[in-house]
Design a protein. Structure first.
Length: 392
């Protein structure tokens, strides 16, 4: 299939699928454009998962970092600019009084120069500009910022987005895969709690799998799209969604009637859960807004929910604990029978209302002090060295 681009007036809506090479994974983006529905349908996804604007004040306790491995982001978007993560080692003034963001020096000695908001792995620089639209759209969903009525309808307002640009449609699939692996390493080393990856391909990669295994050892949740090939993943794999790892949450997309989209992959043994993915309104470059459909959008909803769960508790939860909250609090639907492991869809209020789970009683989570010590140790290692030998 050749790359396809859909452009609608005002809103840029894109779908790019990189034809897979025999040597590596197709790292195409998991969404496609859709016609714009009536205005009163704009926030159906938020309504279906029961996210409301009062959750932030009553539930959120601490800041959570979500690494968005995608096409970049519009860092000047009116709804996103305040949600972007900042690398504290690359902000402020250096010893000569120069701005660390632009002084051309690797101030924090992590191997990346001026990476104050993330990194562009396609060009090996700090330009995270989104020329596609996909990454900006995903970032808008995760951040919980919504354009209708100029309010935040919210998953969580304290989520900070670490922008990691990995995808370039002009480059071979093997390059996009390599950039994916590098981005995972960066996210873990720089303290991300969640990685959102709305991409994948039908061939597995051992290096990618090892990177996600390493993320699990560092207690990073990996939320990823099941893909949009209308395939049964129990019979035909899609990666990284199909790696059997405890920190992976694989997500398919459902419509307003809670049916898996005709374009979405599914699997009773392989796909974890469903989330809204049809005609989802979110941010686009140029401080604009538009609709996209696919498992990419569904994945972003789950990442937003995971961030809200992590933010609620005084200690940091391990990935298996966060997954427990999400999977045990789902809303089962007849329409999802035989389509996912759980036959359910996410629901925010149910997840935040859970009591007496293993995450509350087992004592196996990570308290804030030990997490801080661990992150300080990780930050002391140059990232270039870590990328050369990332699985220690």
């Amino acid at each position: 299939m050749k790359p396809r681009t859909y452009i609608l007036p005002i809103a840029l809506i894109l779908f790019s699928v990189n034809t897979r090479t025999p040597l590596a994974g197709d790292r195409g983006l998991s969404n496609h454009g859709s016609p714009i529905p009536q205005k009163n349908d704009f926030n159906w996804g938020l309504e279906s998962i029961r996210a409301n604007k009062n959750l932030n004040q009553s539930q959120q306790q601490k800041e959570i970092i979500v690494a968005v491995i995608d096409t970049g982001v519009d860092k000047n978007h009116e709804y996103l600019k305040e949600a972007l993560w900042k690398n504290l080692g690359e902000v402020g003034k250096d010893h000569l009084g120069r701005d660390k963001e632009t002084n051309g020096i690797d101030d924090d000695q992590n191997g990346f120069v001026d990476d104050f908001q993330g990194w562009n792995f396609t060009e090996s620089n700090n330009d995270i500009t989104d020329y596609h639209g996909h990454g900006t759209h995903i970032a808008g969903i995760i951040s919980g910022r919504h354009p209708q009525n100029q309010i935040r309808t919210s998953l969580t307002t304290q989520t900070k987005l670490m922008v990691l640009k990995y995808y370039d449609p002009s480059k071979a699939s093997v390059e996009n895969l390599r950039n994916t692996i590098k981005a995972i390493h960066y996210a873990v080393k720089m303290g991300a709690h969640i990685i959102n990856y709305s991409s994948g391909g039908i061939e597995p990669s051992r290096l990618e799998q090892k990177a996600i295994e390493w993320a699990n050892r560092k207690n990073v949740l990996f939320v990823t799209a099941a893909g949009n090939e209308a395939s049964n993943l129990d019979e035909k794999g899609y990666y990284p969604a199909d790696y059997d790892l405890p920190n992976i949450l694989s997500v398919t997309a459902h419509d307003r009637r809670y049916r898996v989209l005709s374009s979405s992959n599914y699997g009773a043994k392989t796909v974890d859960i469903a989330a809204p993915g049809e005609n989802i309104l979110s941010c686009l470059p140029g401080s604009k807004y538009g609709l996209m459909t696919g498992t990419s959008q569904a994945t972003a909803f789950v990442s937003g929910l995971a961030a809200l769960i992590l933010a609620k508790y005084s200690r940091y939860l391990a990935p298996f604990e966060t997954k427990h909250y999400i999977l045990e609090s789902l809303k089962r639907e007849k329409a999802l029978m035989g389509k996912t492991k759980t036959e359910g869809r996410i629901e925010v209020l149910r997840a935040l209302s859970m009591r007496g789970s293993s995450a509350d009683s087992s004592g196996r989570g990570i308290d804030e002090q030990s997490q801080k010590i661990k992150e300080e140790k990780l930050m002391s290692l140059p990232l270039i060295k870590a990328l050369n030998n990332p699985f220690n």
